[in-house]
Design a protein around this ligand. Structure first.
Ligand SMILES: [Zn+2]
Length: 117
């Protein structure tokens, strides 16, 4: 994953909403992933305008049984020109990836514009 471009900071409301939405599916270990959101800090890790960000969870946050490197992706409702998912490592949230496939990065997406397949 890309290098952080800023020091870890408290997430914006939009960032919390995105992570919460992306962790909302009924995955194995999802409860623990959701529990990691409280007290997480974030840092932007891409300067293209997509606002993808690294996630740093508290040391005392519970680890998840989720064993994959990423959560299932959500897609934009409008033509699916964007997708977003969470990176995980050893059951802990480590990043949110946001990709705009039309080459026009528009920042952290509004969760109302996203859906899972
Ligand atoms: Zn980017």
């Amino acid at each position: 994953m890309a290098q952080d471009l800023e020091d870890p900071r408290p997430p914006t409301a939009k960032e919390v909403a995105l992570v919460t939405f992306l962790a909302s599916e009924d995955l194995r270990g999802a409860d623990e992933l959701r529990a990691q959101i409280a007290g997480m800090t974030v840092a932007r890790n891409c300067d293209c305008g997509c606002e993808s960000f690294s996630i740093h969870v508290r040391d005392d946050a519970p680890s998840s049984a989720w064993s994959h490197a990423a959560t299932p992706g959500a897609y934009g409702r409008d033509g699916r020109l964007l997708n977003a998912f969470l990176f995980t490592r050893e059951g802990r949230l480590v990043g949110a990836e946001i990709t705009y496939h039309d080459g026009t990065a528009r920042g952290v997406p509004d969760v109302d514009d996203l859906q899972f397949y």
